[in-house]
Design a protein around this ligand. Structure first.
Ligand SMILES: NC(=O)c1ccc[n+]([C@@H]2O[C@H](COP(=O)([O-])OP(=O)(O)OC[C@H]3O[C@@H](n4cnc5c(N)ncnc54)[C@H](O)[C@@H]3O)[C@@H](O)[C@H]2O)c1
Length: 235
């Protein structure tokens, strides 16, 4: 089951998966920040696909570049927090209740949350986004405690990967990295596959003894490189 608020993109992606991998997909339009829609989506999931063994909590939006935290308006703050943080909680709330009682052994299911390196080291240019992603890391750990020993819960924290969040533009991303003085020890941009590979590991039985961890996939930026830092003159 593929869930997104963007119907056009959802249809396009579902078709692509069905054609390229001969895998049936159930596309569902849902705003993850809306509890009624999330409940309906979760009910539909258990009805139409029998069980949910792997939940990937991935929906997210970015903040406007260069926002000053004290100047940001309340509506923007609420929207980012509602989608990025409350959305992951709502989806987990409605899916994991039923996931917990699935009769699979040794685990009843697995949850993968998408956080961000901006949730590990606060990024001054995207403050509310950073706050929301730090929240996702805490949410992941609370879920891991609550749902053990039946369900594992881990997070992936991407660094800089060209996707929709960067308007699918390498140029936009390079500009963002240069403005933030980012240094990547592994000296290349991240790809979608870099993230997918870790997600596949976390979804597989190879990771069955891992829960409550956040995996940065960032070419070394956070631990041995230079994460985004902005001087007052930059923003
Ligand atoms: N691309 C990166 O470098 C990067 C870095 C750190 C974290 N992330 C995180 O990775 C995740 C995936 O983002 P992406 O980079 O693939 O960007 P993306 O924009 O391509 O994907 C995000 C998806 O979330 C969907 N979405 C937005 N609001 C929604 C809502 N209310 N309900 C349901 N779906 C909604 C969008 O339609 C989109 O398909 C996000 O959580 C993002 O914060 C990405």
């Amino acid at each position: 089951m593929l869930v997104d608020i963007n119907e056009e993109l959802l249809e396009e992606t579902s078709k692509k998966i069905e054609e390229e991998y001969n895998q049936e997909v159930v596309p569902v339009v849902c705003d993850v920040s809306n509890s009624k829609q999330v409940k309906k989506m979760a009910d539909q999931a258990f009805k139409e696909i029998d069980n949910v063994y792997i939940l990937v909590n991935n929906a997210g939006i970015a903040a406007n570049y260069g926002n000053d935290l004290l100047a940001i308006d309340e509506e923007t703050y609420d929207t980012i927090m509602d989608v990025n943080l409350k959305g992951q909680w709502l989806v987990a709330k409605f899916v994991c209740q039923k996931m917990k009682s699935q009769k699979f052994e040794p685990l009843a299911g697995k949850v993968i949350c998408t956080a961000s390196i901006a949730g590990i080291v606060a990024d001054g240019a995207i403050c509310v986004y950073s706050i929301s992603k730090a929240g996702v890391i805490a949410l992941m750990q609370c879920l891991a405690r609550n749902l053990a020993p039946k369900i594992t819960v881990n997070a992936i924290s991407p660094g800089y990967h060209v996707t929709g969040i960067y308007e699918d533009s390498e140029e936009v991303m390079r500009f963002t990295m240069e403005e933030g003085h980012v240094k990547t020890p592994l000296n290349r941009l991240g790809t979608v596959l870099d993230i997918a590979n870790v997600a596949v590991f976390l979804a597989s039985t190879d990771s069955n003894f891992i829960t409550g961890h956040n995996f940065p996939v960032d070419g070394g930026i956070v631990k041995v490189g230079v994460p985004a830092h902005y001087l007052k003159t930059d923003v």
